[in-house]
Design a protein around this ligand. Sequence first.
Ligand SMILES: [Zn+2]
Ligand SMILES: [Zn+2]
Ligand SMILES: [Zn+2]
Ligand SMILES: [Zn+2]
Length: 236
Amino acid sequence: MRFLAFCLLLPALAMAQTDLPAGFFPPPADAPKIAEGPCPRCEGAGKVDAKYQGLKTGDERLRFRPDCPQCKGRGKCVRNRPVEERIAEQRAILNAYEREQRAAHSTPVGAGFMETDKAEAMAPTERAALAARFPKRCKVCLGLGIDACGKCDGTGLTERRERIKDKDGEMVYETIKEPCEKCNGTGALPCRRCDGSGLAKICSRCDGLGTMEVKAKRNIPAHTALCRACKGDGRR
Ligand SMILES: [Zn+2]
Ligand SMILES: [Zn+2]
Ligand SMILES: [Zn+2]
Ligand SMILES: [Zn+2]
């Protein structure tokens, strides 16, 4: 169902890109949230190795249970990517895009870039509307809206030790990995700077409009100009 929605969305996105003004380079897509990778629960083994530790002796032993419940024994699954890994990839994507645009001497417009002469020729309200369509990203989470959960270090899993009796009748500890309660196993909490929106803060000078009304002065009539604080982005 989710896949179907995604397929229907793709042509819509492609269509949205065709009505962009000439010389505008939209920002790249975000680092994906999910990926197939080694199952985090069994670390790719396909079996859950529960650790036994003798209560008196402290020695550790491994016990293999049939199949890992998360990946059904495949050792791989589509999972939420660890938060740190996703933010690092996002940083690499954005840095590459920005380097390329800066080398071409483009001008930032919202989260995108535009050929400088075209950006300067745009009416301030039009430029602000374009920036609002591709809003500037939060500096901390780089637009992803997430922060690594402190309880599970962004892995989505926590360990619990349980006292049980092993097959020889000895009381032992079993280490059990389970989804983190704080982040519901996602490894992510909403970014504190942007409350999870992924967006930069609204510019207080222009209340997010990106433009300002300039009063008539000597021989210059009243007009609308870009906000000097956010340069038309409405966020900073
Ligand atoms: Zn597994
Ligand atoms: Zn943020
Ligand atoms: Zn967590
Ligand atoms: Zn502003």
